[in-house]
Design a protein around this ligand. Structure first.
Ligand code: UDP
Ligand code: MG
Length: 319
């Protein structure tokens, strides 16, 4: 059996489309399947619609979270509840077309444990595309593991990998595509064209997207910490040389650019140096704070999602 996990947050405009596309794509794969729609605390009537899906179709299971926890926690909740031998993660806005699944499933049947989707074309604005491009490349360079470039959450994971994520990676800050890469096993990327959102507004606000990017970088790399050392060296080595130069300049009192030490007060130089160094120190403090905050979040061991209700069809699932 395969499980398809789809997080849903205020998607009532396109839910019916999603349902229809899933139901009509289902005959394309041979396996028995369950579709887990995770309601991430929607405030519109998404939940009521999903309830109807579950009543009408025994393949659908609904997991209602107690509030909006965010995309990554919602996915994690769905993965935990999935019973399939393989688990598929998809977005609820049909940007990841269900009709593509047979191609992915074929790779899984060949023996790959993770089949992740690589986006060839993105139908998004120029700035968003550029930001994604830069982010994935920076992350790939500085992270301690190999996170594939231009791959999102859309993927198939074998039960083996799902168990690793569920049992061995209990961390609170979830950057699912990173955890997936960390797990290892036999992984392969399959290219696909990412469609446009089927309707409605983007649910990833700018701040949520920034948070995701920061999680990706800080949870999979200690490079920012080392950056402090590099920056420190970069500043202190030239300063040291400059200091020695100043001593000789003072002692020998020769002219540089028309100035001799006896007639330069050097106010501007001092002010610039002070503000610059102050800025650098603040940035580094921020970086340290970022890690400290993460340690704090992790040691609290609070659950990263809470399930309020599970809605399943009363009749037995059969296919
Ligand atoms: N989503 C969610 N919780 C959130 C934000 C988004 O479950 O807090 C879901 C949303 O309903 C959609 C998926 O995550 O199914 C991806 O969101 P969206 O399409 O808005 O973002 P994109 O990845 O396209 O930028
Ligand atoms: Mg989307």
């Amino acid at each position: 059996m395969i499980s398809i996990v789809i997080p849903i947050y205020n998607e009532s405009i396109i839910l019916q489309q999603l349902y229809d596309r899933l139901v009509s794509a289902a005959p394309l794969w041979k396996e028995d399947y369950e579709i887990i729609l995770v309601d991430d605390g929607s405030q519109d009537n998404s939940l009521e619609q999903m309830r109807k899906f579950a009543e009408a179709n025994p393949h659908f299971r609904i997991l209602k979270l107690s509030r909006n926890f965010g995309h990554q926690p919602a996915i994690s909740a769905g993965i935990k509840y999935a019973k399939g031998d393989a688990v598929i993660i998809m977005d609820g806005d049909l940007q990841d077309p269900p009709e593509e699944l047979p191609r992915f499933l074929a790779k899984w049947k060949e023996g790959y444990h993770v089949v992740y989707a690589v986006r060839t074309k993105r139908k998004e604005g120029f700035f968003k595309k550029l930001a994604y491009k830069v982010f994935y490349r920076v992350l790939a360079r500085i992270s301690d593991i190999e996170i594939p470039i231009d791959s999102g959450d859309f993927c198939i994971m074998d039960r083996k990998v799902v168990d690793v994520l569920n049992i061995n990676m209990p961390e609170n800050i979830r950057f699912v595509r990173g955890l997936r890469a960390f797990a290892g096993f036999k992984q392969i990327g399959v290219e696909y064209e990412r469609a446009e959102r089927a309707g409605g507004e983007v649910k990833y606000t700018f701040s949520k997207l920034m948070k995701l990017a920061i999680d990706g970088i800080f949870d999979f790399s200690t490079f920012p910490l080392r950056l402090a050392t590099y920056l420190g060296l970069l500043i202190s080595i030239p300063s040291f040389i400059l200091g020695i130069f100043f001593i000789f300049h003072r002692l020998l009192n020769f002219k540089v650019f028309g100035y001799s030490p006896s007639d330069t007060p050097g106010m501007a130089t001092l002010a610039v140096a002070m503000f610059f160094l102050g800025g650098v120190v603040l940035v580094i403090l921020g970086v340290m704070g970022e890690y400290l905050g993460r340690i704090y979040i992790e040691v609290k061991r609070r659950p990263f999602y809470l399930v309020e209700e599970e809605i399943v069809n009363q009749s037995k699932v059969s296919k």
